[in-house]
Design a protein around this ligand. Sequence first.
Ligand code: CA
Length: 224
Amino acid sequence: MSGKVLIVEDEPKLAKVLADYLKASGFEPVLLANGSEVVPWVREHRPDIILLDLMLPGRDGMDICKDIRTFSRIPIIIVTAKVEEIDRLLGLELGADDYICKPFSPREVVARVKAVLRRTRDGQTMQARGLVLDENRYKATLNNRDLELTAVEFQLLHFLAGNPGRIYGRQQLMDKIYRDERTVSDRTIDSHIKKLRRKIEAIDSEAMLIHSVYGVGYKFEPEQ
Ligand code: CA
């Protein structure tokens, strides 16, 4: 297995041991020790997975985790010094993918990194007729060209493509896309779909991916 692993750890010896083990297993580790550097670095470099210590100089790990979740689904493994804290952390719904307690064996960390990557990679990219959707990066490509979708357009396309052939009404789509109780009209979905189709057609005019079903809603069907 390979991938860029960001290790956020302010104990240099521990960070180095982790980096050595990860490198030996084929990963490409990067080290950051100051909490305040993490979010800007992640935004720019998009690692495949993050090992995040909680007690950090500069910025608290919990805060970092919540912040990253506002713009990315990159897998995050939180490292904490207290086993009792894990229950509390779970309750906080930080959006982390796994938790590891110190002290740990580096071998165990490598195993967890692999397990989380395997689990998240499964649902992460979806492919259909030249379309590739990368859920961690909210990135969509068609015939290897970037579709440049907004977050809402990506979510719509990802949801429809995940359930090919199934017809969804506008209300169902709205419920899927807008988790909060925001009031959006049916037209909003229509307008997102319209823009989505336009972007798809701009790359491949033959690619009929999203179909309207008169009076009902929409469905994703690559081959018709
Ligand atoms: Ca620490």
